[in-house]
Ligand binder design. Structure first.
Ligand SMILES: [Zn+2]
Length: 240
């Protein structure tokens, strides 16, 4: 499979509206509720759920103007439909420079135990896909600045828009709270991260930004900068 122009996008009949979180930032869904979040930054699709997210994505993205697909990081629950998405919608794939080898080989190990990685490759394999652009710190995509936030994976990225303090932070943190005013933030599990201490430093960096809207790969967005910073503080992060 190649991502170069041979896909047939789904018909553009009555695409369901996406949830607009801020100007130029919309939420699609890769799973029920907010379990697997997929975002549109302008016309760029950020993340692509698990391989079972295909029908949901086809329905939500049909008929929309799309120009690229990019990843917060190279794990099976974010890149599961990436090759299909690029092929179907004829999109180039962008990801963090540190995750490019994983995406191009399809070996998106979770950095967990050997048996977990084997299970992932069996049940939720990720199709290899060529990367058109390796994103780095300071790049700008759809008005968002690229931040390198390694730790959950070597090439993990967050996206920050200073003018309205909007942050999309991938899996550095997840929010398992059911209400944005009562976030229950958790760090990415150490057992599924390439470097848990590095991920802690990345979390602290994001908290210092004091985002007015913080969006996650998993869970509801947090809309209170003080609560986001306080919740990260309460995680008891080791000092960098
Ligand atoms: Zn994830």
């Amino acid at each position: 499979m190649t991502p170069s122009g041979r896909g047939t996008p789904p018909p553009a009949q009555h695409p369901p509206s996406l949830h607009e979180l801020a100007p130029g930032l919309a939420l699609a869904r890769g799973g029920p509720g907010r379990t697997l979040n997929i975002y549109l930054l302008g016309t760029v699709v950020l993340d692509a759920g698990v391989r079972w997210s295909r029908r949901r994505l086809a329905r939500q993205l049909a008929g929309r103007q799309l120009t690229a697909h990019m990843l917060t990081h190279a794990h099976f629950d974010h890149a599961g439909c990436s090759a299909w998405l690029c092929y179907t919608f004829d999109l180039p794939l962008w990801c963090g420079a540190g995750d490019t080898p994983a995406i191009e080989s399809g070996r998106v190990d979770t950095h967990g135990t050997r048996w977990f990685n084997r299970l992932q490759r069996t049940l939720l394999p990720v199709t290899a896909c060529p990367v058109s652009r390796a994103l780095r710190e300071g790049d700008v995509v759809a008005g968002f600045e690229v931040l390198e936030v390694p730790g959950h994976s070597p090439g993990a990225l967050a996206f920050w828009r200073e003018r309205d303090r909007v942050l999309v932070c991938g899996d550095v943190l997840a929010n398992f709270g059911l209400h944005p005013r009562r976030p229950r933030l958790v760090l990415a599990p150490a057992a599924l991260s390439s470097d848990a201490e590095q991920n802690q430093r990345s979390a602290r960096r994001l908290a210092e930004l004091r985002p007015r809207l913080a969006c996650f790969g998993h869970g509801f967005a947090v809309t209170d900068p003080g609560r986001f910073a306080a919740a990260v503080d309460q995680l008891g992060l080791a000092s960098s």
